[in-house]
Structure formats: C-alpha cells, structure tokens
Design a protein around this ligand. Structure first.
Ligand code: HEC
Length: 146
C-alpha cells in the first residue's frame, strides 16, 4: 500500500518538475538562444528597430534615385535574414513566435524586396506594413510589459 503511495508521489513530483523545466526553458529561449551569446533584446535594438524604421521612413520619403532604392533593399534583406536568426539557436519557444518570424516577417520582407526591385512604391509600403504586423504578432504574446 505504502509503496504505491510513494510511487504516486514520485510520479507527481516528476510531472511538476517537467512542467517547471518546460516553462523555464521557454523563458530563457525567448530572451536568448541556447548556445550563442546574443540576447533577443540586443537583436531587437540593433537590427529590428533601426532597419524596420529606416525602411518605413525611406518609403514615406519616396526614394529619389537608385542609390536610395538600394538602401531600402538592404533594410528589407536584413529583416528577411532576421526571420531566420529569430528561429535559430533554439530561440523559438512556440507556434506564435514561429508564425510571426518564419511566416509573417519572412513573407513581408520578401514581398518588400520584390516591390523595391520593381520600384513599386505602393506595393513596398503595403509589404512594410505587414512587417510591422509581424512585430505586433510576436510582441503581443512574448514581449512582457514592464
Ligand atoms: C518572433 C518574435 C519577435 C518579432 C517578430 C519581433 N520581436 Fe521585438 N521583441 C521580441 C521579444 C521577445 C522582446 C523582449 C526581449 C526581452 O526583453 O528580453 C522584444 C523587444 C523588442 C524591443 C525592445 C528592446 C529593448 O531594448 O528592450 C524593440 C524595440 C523591438 N522588440 C522591436 C521590434 C520590431 C521593430 C520588430 C519588427 C520589425 C520586432 N521587434 C519583431 C520578439 C520579437
């Protein structure tokens, strides 16, 4: 009788332990990948914010020459690359993150690049807005309010 009780207690403890470990791994994943030193915060501040802002402002100002368009292509290409970085090194904790990074951000930035190459200002603005939707989709779930 007692032996069964002990087994049940051990089983219960295992379940609790697994739950705690899963939650804490998910939290560290969000803030940082598994093996590389860069934090999500650094990537956001150094890449996501400046390049998405530069793309949006550059489109609003209407690029005047090829050089200006090429600058915009660079911003869009870096945001596209970001859709891979955010999925790498076990940083991605769940479906919402994966959808925001590898679907919305990847597609929006690829569409932006295509529109920029075609010098299609309106299409590029629409794509830039959908990049903004990717930020929102991930932040609404994973960016904790302070
Ligand atoms: C797949 C998820 C994801 C996507 C997509 C994403 N972010 Fe973030 N972002 C985060 C997380 C998580 C944090 C909170 C990081 C922390 O505090 O550790 C964050 C924080 C930030 C911060 C605050 C950084 C700081 O210094 O505290 C900025 C700014 C930011 N994101 C900008 C952007 C912009 C702009 C985009 C879209 C172009 C974007 N992010 C897309 C997950 C994402």
């Amino acid at each position: 009788m007692n032996r069964f009780k002990n087994l049940r207690t051990i089983a219960l403890l295992c379940v609790v332990l697994i739950a705690v470990l899963t939650v804490s791994t998910a939290i560290t994943q969000i803030k940082k990948g598994k093996t590389r030193p860069m934090t999500t915060e650094q990537w956001m501040e150094g890449v996501m914010a400046p390049h998405s802002a530069a793309l949006r402002k550059g489109l609003q100002a209407e690029p005047a020459d090829d050089k200006a368009w090429e600058k915009l292509a660079m911003h869009a290409a870096l945001l596209n690359e970001a859709s891979y970085v955010l999925m790498a090194d076990d940083r991605c904790p769940d479906e919402e993150w994966a959808n925001a990074a590898s679907e919305i951000l990847r597609q929006g930035s690829a569409d932006a690049l295509k529109a920029i190459e075609a010098r299609d200002l309106e299409a590029a603005k629409i794509a830039s807005a959908s990049i903004g939707a990717a930020c929102k989709a991930c932040h609404s779930v994973h960016r904790k309010k302070e």
